[in-house]
Design a protein around this ligand. Structure first.
Ligand SMILES: [Zn+2]
Length: 71
């Protein structure tokens, strides 16, 4: 069973309570605001700031497609 992207609608960043982006390739949930990447472990997102990976959005290695654009 794959990670259900419908979960994205109810999941929020534990730090800023903002919406998260799903990085399919790296299997991570990204908070662009905090520049944190939350791992998805066995289809369960690990939404803990202490477990999150710090990312640099300027780094090409961390770029990912953001399919949804909201107003
Ligand atoms: Zn956040």
């Amino acid at each position: 069973m794959a990670f259900d992207t419908k979960l994205m609608e109810i999941l929020a960043c534990p730090v800023c309570k903002g919406k998260l982006d799903y990085n399919k390739e790296q299997q991570e949930l990204i908070c662009k605001f905090d520049k944190l990447a939350y791992a998805i472990d066995k289809d369960i997102p690990v939404l803990l700031e202490s477990e999150a990976r710090h990312i640099t959005l300027d780094d090409p290695a961390n770029t990912f497609e953001n399919a949804e654009q909201e107003g």
